[in-house]
Design a protein around this ligand. Structure first.
Ligand code: SF4
Ligand code: SF4
Length: 337
């Protein structure tokens, strides 16, 4: 039986989830920036936007976070580990591209070393995703073989009902079962047509791009310089990307005590690969842009059988010089064909 969550039951939903011990987090607008933040009531949510400016990534992998405190004594080093707060959460209203991005990064954070910070948060979080019925000129999930209603990474999928009255509710995972059970009594079984999902055109040919990138002949191609000439290395595309995952460790303190922090880093920054000798193996912006594309569409899929991109389009939408990944993959498609 199809079950509908009516929009006017959303406050009751949030109350029930809170009563069951969940924090509820959803998209909110603040000073013209939309990002995910804790909500107390439905009116705080901005569910009409196509995509938030900031991604859900920072809820699993914060921009900066302490890992441990250390103190170096005469005989020993004392350490005290920091761990995430350990609270179960519902992220309500993420889009399928953001939920997919978390699933894309799971194998990365669990590969040679299991990142307990990432997986504790992943295990404590239920992703309630809303399928997209609208898109903009930057959305490109279909080019990545995903879709505006892709289930990857979602625990519960909501599909908008025609007329904006609510959503069809679909339970997708065992992780979502408790959250689903808590609100099941609020769901309505009246018949209601689903709105059609957004029509997102294919913007490039991914298979052709991957083949071109895998050809060693193209590594030194002049193409890289031409396509990245505008890039100023600001890192916006990597910080706003839901799948970008580079980080660095910094010790804050003095010689004897301090805190080790894990901070986002970006392959677009000139210092990212700088050696202490002064040599930089990626000394030009074009070599850094090539690395970003190669990593996402050649090395990462070679290792994890998935592209490190969910097609959210933020890198192109927010780039201050109007670059981004879409243009590069479109040009590769043309060049290769
Ligand atoms: S591509 Fe755009 S957003 Fe990314 S580093 Fe270059 S200028 Fe910044
Ligand atoms: S590379 Fe660009 S389109 Fe792909 S997930 Fe990152 S920000 Fe979105």
């Amino acid at each position: 039986m199809i079950q509908i969550l009516l929009r006017d039951k959303l406050d009751d939903c949030i109350t029930r989830w809170h009563a069951a011990g969940y924090d509820v987090i959803g998209p909110q607008k603040n000073n013209n920036v939309t990002r995910f933040a804790p909500v107390e009531k439905a009116s705080e949510l901005d569910l009409e936007i196509i995509l938030t400016d900031r991604t859900v990534k920072e809820l699993f992998f914060p921009q900066t976070e302490p890992m441990f405190r250390y103190r170096i004594g005469k005989q020993a080093i004392d350490t005290e580990e920091y761990l995430p707060p350990g609270r179960k959460r519902i992220i309500f209203g993420s889009r399928p591209c953001d939920a997919s991005a978390m699933a894309i990064d799971d194998p990365l954070f669990g590969w040679d070393f299991k990142d307990t910070y990432w997986f504790q948060r992943r295990n404590e979080t239920v992703m309630v995703t809303i399928a997209c019925t609208e898109s903009d000129d930057f959305c490109m999930c279909t080019s990545l073989k995903l879709a505006p209603d892709s289930p990857l990474g979602s625990d519960i999928m909501l599909r908008p009902v025609a007329g904006g009255k609510g959503w069809h509710v679909e339970l997708l995972s065992e992780r979502g079962r408790e959250a689903f059970d808590r609100i099941e009594a609020l769901l309505d079984d009246s018949a209601a047509e689903k709105e059609p999902i957004a029509n997102v055109p294919k913007r490039f040919d991914l298979d052709v791009c991957r083949e071109w990138l895998a050809d060693p002949e193209n590594f030194e191609s002049h193409f890289w310089k031409e396509i990245s000439i505008r890039c100023i290395g600001c890192g916006t595309c990597t910080f706003l990307c839901p799948t970008c995952h580079c980080f660095d460790f910094q010790d804050e303190g003095d010689t004897y005590s301090g805190i080790r922090r894990k901070n986002w880093d970006s392959c677009s920054f000139a210092l990212f690969t700088m050696h202490t000798s002064g040599h930089n193996p990626r000394s030009t912006q074009s070599s850094r842009w090539r690395q970003r594309i190669m990593h996402k569409f050649n090395y990462f899929p070679g290792k994890f059988s998935m592209n490190s991109c969910s097609g959210c389009g933020r890198c192109s939408r927010q780039c201050p010089v109007d670059m981004g990944i879409t243009e590069t993959l479109q040009e590769i498609t043309k060049t290769a064909k």
